[in-house]
Design a protein around this ligand. Structure first.
Ligand SMILES: C[S@@+](CC[C@H](N)C(=O)[O-])C[C@H]1O[C@@H](n2cnc3c(N)ncnc32)[C@H](O)[C@@H]1O
Length: 412
């Protein structure tokens, strides 16, 4: 093994801690790389046609994003060729075992560095997942450039990078632990960290940050959060600059509603001023104001392609699809005139839903375009509703649910 402490860490504590047998009872889903989300934000709703989807999961760890992507493709009948790459042998073994448990055969497993991707698997790839990896590289831009080099011109990436304000308290504690435990073996460092956590003063910033829980989940979680040897967070502006330097641009942050200042600011005069700012500055402002964003998830594409990459609700043929499979509990509970209330890490969000929400959602299946949804809703009893009125209600529903990552658009 190399003497690199990050490589040593992920051999000792593959991340995240996963038991392959759990694949029998649940699928871990999230962002980036939910296949419908990828279709929506990278391919304007239409995955590449006439050939398998070529995907790379770079720094795939124990396989959360990999398994979700491969399982979603299998469930939707989407042919896929997926390459998994990670430095860590121990992580790869777990990811492979998870794929075996599910009988997923679309994945090729590689061990090596992102920096060598051009020779290991030159692509080109339609889609690249790189979740929680670049901020651990000695030179994140070199890593992102290497990935951009194997991305097809009409492709995209789902990136996750740490964000500073929601991780308040992490970095002073990482620094303290380096002073105390630097040079020790992983197991001793972990024991020391637990011991230190037991007696922190109540003023400590990490103790006062209620949004961090990884250290309670597992040894690997604690190590990743507090004992990492290479970890730098990115503000919205810093992430945009990194992406720009690699010849890419951000198509959308996930969840979009978190990056809209009007989610947090209600004073009309201030709002009017905020709306004059460029979109990226508005997102930066939202991050600064809310202070609870721990990670940035964003879909990025070649510079100049962002507008074309994101699905347009006005485009013909697109079919709404719910992020959760089946009719989720919250959707079944919707009544005319009701609202959906969510807690976004301490920020209460109340989404007013249009009258036809229940009727519309009961026909949303990822295969029914918007005009057919209208006909189904009318046939089910809403006979007095004009198409224009329906479109207005659908637009309101779409804005609310897409903003919180519950609804996407795709071609069937
Ligand atoms: C925090 S884990 C994230 C794992 C996974 N992407 C996820 O989100 O669950 C970071 C992973 O990146 C891998 N890694 C770090 N540097 C790498 C490099 N240069 N090339 C490939 N993988 C790397 C580590 O081995 C580790 O498995």
């Amino acid at each position: 093994m190399s003497g690199d402490p990050v490589a040593t860490q992920y051999e000792a504590y593959p991340y995240p801690a996963r038991n392959p047998r759990d694949e029998r009872r649940r699928l871990v889903e999230g962002s980036p790389s939910h296949l419908d989300e990828v279709a929506h934000y990278v391919f304007a709703g239409r995955l590449p046609q006439g050939r398998p989807l070529r995907a790379l999961v770079a720094g795939g760890g124990t396989g959360d994003g990999l398994i979700m992507l491969a399982q979603h493709a299998a469930d939707r009948g989407v042919a896929a060729e997926i390459v998994y790459l990670d430095l860590s042998q121990a992580s790869r073994a777990i990811a492979e075992a998870r794929a075996r448990e599910r009988g997923l055969t679309s994945i090729r497993f590689l061990q090596g560095s992102i920096l060598d991707i051009a020779t290991l698997a030159p692509g080109p790839f339609d889609y690249i997942d790189c979740c929680g990896v670049l901020h651990h590289l000695p030179d994140p831009l070199a890593g992102l450039r290497a990935l951009a080099g194997v991305m097809g011109p009409a492709g995209g990436m789902g990136l996750m990078l740490y964000a500073p304000y929601g991780r308040e308290g992490v970095y002073p504690l990482q620094s303290a632990l380096r002073r105390l435990a630097g040079g020790q073996a992983p197991r001793e460092r972990l024991a020391l960290a637990r011991h230190l956590l037991d007696g922190l003063p109540p003023t400590n910033g990490f103790l006062r940050n209620p949004w961090l829980g990884d250290h309670r989940a597992s040894d690997a979680g604690l190590y990743d959060l507090l004992l990492h040897d290479r970890d730098r967070p990115y503000t919205v502006g810093e992430m945009a600059a990194l992406v720009d330097a690699a010849g890419l641009e951000i198509a959308s942050f996930i969840q979009p509603v978190r990056y809209r200042p009007d989610t947090y600011v209600k004073q009309p005069r201030l709002l009017a001023q905020i709306r004059t700012l460029p979109a990226l500055e508005q997102a930066a402002l939202a991050e600064e104001l809310v202070g609870n964003i721990k990670v940035h998830v964003a879909y990025v594409v070649a510079k100049g392609r962002a507008a074309a990459a994101v699905a347009d609700p006005g485009a013909p043929g697109l079919c709404p699809v719910l992020a959760e499979s089946g009719m989720p509990e919250w959707a079944r509970a919707v009544r005319p005139g009701s609202a959906l209330t969510l807690d976004m890490d301490g920020v209460p969000l109340r989404l007013t839903l249009p009258r036809l929400t229940g009727a519309i959602l009961s026909h949303v299946d990822g295969k029914t375009p918007i005009p057919d949804l209208y006909r189904a809703v009318v046939a089910a009893g809403a006979r007095d509703v004009s198409f224009e009125a329906f479109q207005g209600q659908f637009a309101q529903l779409y804005a609310a649910l897409n903003g919180v990552g519950k609804l996407y658009l795709r071609h069937p």
